[in-house]
Design a protein around this ligand. Structure first.
Ligand code: URA
Length: 435
């Protein structure tokens, strides 16, 4: 087979066979296909799409590009969660310790920032010392000892996704339904969890813009999981405005710590309860949602979830002093308000523009090899539906310099729309997809 022929086949709109997709992934993981050809192929997939058969074959090939963990010798049942990406989405940082604290071992493989959206691994790495590059053996040990582990795609777990994910980030090929489905599900299948909850996001701060697209993606991923013998449910959640207030790596870690210590924005807590509740139901630890939520609320209120995060951070080498005193986490030298350009009700916030502004401040990558600045970001001071007066702070900009602030202000202002009439806040959750 020749990669150039397979690129042309997809460019011309034909479906690739399982054998062809298996070959592409095997060769790419072995570094035998260069990034420029893989980029051209990813763009062809982005533009032409894939049918359900191709998407499943791509997912399985990517999952099998490395080890497929079987964790049953460590824990009889493990759970996992994944989001398709959204602005300010720090759910994992709260949900993972929460479900582990109620006795569901969580073994999770996470990603870095992707396109305009942040990634859990980058967020966690703003805690000094914390390692996410874990070997399979460490992953198992931490799962056994702590009941919670969050790793980057290191070593031999879904290496093809690791490579392709970084390539998509810088080649404008992120928002493709089959590429997202294969990326998410390959990691989930390789990491070995029995019960998986997917947070499939839609809206201006997500890769899927409409609930219909999110539903299609969710259904595809739930089907793939079921074919592979896992229990999978998906929650369709809104990204019509950022989740919580903080956007940016260290800022989001701070917000998540707040949520585990009795504070935290209500939308973040609610989404964590809904997603975690689905895990408790799948794992048969609760008969209904109300019981699941009561168990989870107790673990938040008692401090058990917070204690579990501390245990996880310590297990992965992180310095607990930064967790206990989050003001010590990386802090940007310039912090300045973005004033409302007019009075009125906020009717829309374009999340992707805020995410791109955070990237421009240094919080994301332009090239694969870029390092990011964990301290930069935005903290929302007003939400969709809020009434603001002229000059009222819409958000705080955390930046490396005034020049960086000035460069992003026009983009930030363009992200807001105002209305003279009151506006209802958007719905947080559209639907739960259960097969
Ligand atoms: N999360 C992933 O792991 N992959 C994607 O493509 C999008 C979100």
């Amino acid at each position: 087979m020749r990669m150039v022929d397979l690129i042309a086949k997809k460019r011309d709109g034909a479906a690739l066979s399982s054998g062809e997709l298996g070959w592409i992934i095997e060769q790419y993981a072995a570094q035998a296909i260069p990034d420029y050809q893989m980029s051209a192929w990813a763009m062809a997939v982005f533009l032409r799409g894939m049918d359900a058969h191709e998407t499943t074959a791509l997912t399985l090939a990517m999952a099998r590009s490395g080890a497929m963990l079987d964790l049953h010798d460590v824990a009889p049942l493990t759970v996992d969660k994944h989001s398709t990406g959204g602005i300010g989405d720090k759910t994992t940082l709260v949900l993972a310790p929460l479900v582990a604290a109620v006795g569901l071992p969580m073994a999770k493989m996470s990603g870095r920032g992707l396109g305009f959206s942040g990634g859990t691994v980058d967020k966690l790495e703003s805690i000094p010392g914390l390692r996410t590059a874990l070997s399979g053996a460490e992953f198992r040990r931490l799962l056994r000892e702590v009941g919670l582990v969050i790793a980057a795609q290191s070593g031999d777990l879904a290496p093809a996704d690791k490579q392709l994910y970084a390539l998509r980030d810088v080649t404008a090929t992120v928002a493709s339904l089959p590429l997202i489905a294969a990326s998410v599900m390959s990691k989930k299948l390789a990491a070995g969890a029995d019960c998986i909850v997917l947070d499939v996001k839609y809206g201006s701060g997500a890769f899927m813009r409409t609930p219909e697209q999110a539903r299609e993606l969710a259904q595809m991923m739930v089907n793939i999981g079921q074919l592979a013998g896992r229990k999978v449910r998906a929650v369709l959640s809104s990204m019509q405005q950022p989740l919580g207030c903080a956007i940016g790596n260290a800022l989001e870690v701070r917000e998540a710590i707040g949520a585990l210590r009795g504070g935290g924005p209500p939308d973040l807590i609610e989404l964590c309860l809904i997603l975690s509740g689905q895990l408790l139901l799948m794992a048969e630890r609760a008969d209904d949602e109300a019981t699941a939520h009561a168990i989870l609320r107790e673990a938040l209120a008692s401090g058990a979830a917070w204690a579990k995060l501390r245990q996880m951070v310590a297990g992965q080498g992180g310095d607990l002093a930064y967790l206990d005193e989050p003001t010590r986490l990386p802090c940007a030298p310039v912090q300045i308000a973005l004033p409302a350009p007019q009075a009125g009700y906020i009717s829309a916030i374009e999340g992707a523009s805020l995410g791109l502004a955070v990237n421009a401040l240094g919080g994301g990558r332009v090239r694969k090899e870029d390092t990011i600045d964990p301290s930069v970001g935005l903290v929302m001071q007003a939400r969709v539906g809020d009434q603001v007066y002229l000059g009222q702070p819409l958000l705080m900009i955390h930046a490396p310099s005034m020049a960086a602030v000035e460069a992003v202000v026009p983009q930030l202002l363009a992200a807001y729309q105002f209305s003279a009439a009151p506006v209802a806040p958007p719905l947080l959750v559209e639907a739960v997809i259960v097969l």
